[in-house]
Design a protein. Structure first.
Length: 174
């Protein structure tokens, strides 16, 4: 995985996240697009890419939000690493397995953030598991759909080119 690909993916997720936040009720977002991007990059690139993507994405998201700088960065770094390790040790080639990974990463991210805030005594976060599960579920659905689209597109372009070449054949005259 090239560094430019990681940066472009994280930048696109940040741009979409910040653009769509203002269109939603009270600025709340049901899906953390940066987390989805970090999990995707960790699954295809491994733990090292997960750590880099989590650090860059989390710190950039922290800088753009009103939260404490570094909390989201550390949480996304941990999730990126764990997802990268899971992606290298387990077969996550099927959509169901990827959905489970995205869902688990979403839940773990919420728990890591709540735990860090509680350990540092910064603020009390109410753990509403229905809200956490809903957010993790939305992240899982979006992550699996985006994963399938990204995997489908290169093959679709090649199939289209091959079909186009087949139509342009000229039959030899006998």
């Amino acid at each position: 995985m090239r560094a430019a690909g990681v940066l472009v993916t994280i930048a696109a997720a940040l741009a979409l996240q910040t653009t769509f936040t203002r269109f939603l009720v009270r600025g709340t977002v049901a899906v953390d697009l940066v987390l989805v991007a970090v999990v995707y990059l960790a699954l295809i690139g491994g733990p090292t890419v997960g750590v880099v993507a989590g650090t860059i994405g989390g710190l950039a998201q922290d800088a753009l939000s009103s939260g404490i700088l570094g909390m989201g960065g550390l949480a996304k770094t941990v999730i990126g690493f764990l997802t990268g390790v899971a992606g290298t040790h387990f077969i996550v080639g099927q959509a169901a397995a990827r959905g489970i990974v995205f869902f688990a990463a979403g839940l773990a991210h919420s728990l890591v953030l709540a735990g860090m805030y509680a350990l540092l005594g910064l603020r009390q976060i109410d753990l509403v598991f229905s809200r956490m599960a809903a957010q993790a579920g939305m992240s899982a659905v979006l992550g699996v759909v985006l994963f399938e689209i990204v995997e489908f597109l290169p093959g679709a372009m090649e199939r289209r080119r091959a079909a186009g070449r087949g139509k342009l054949r000229v039959r030899p005259r006998i």
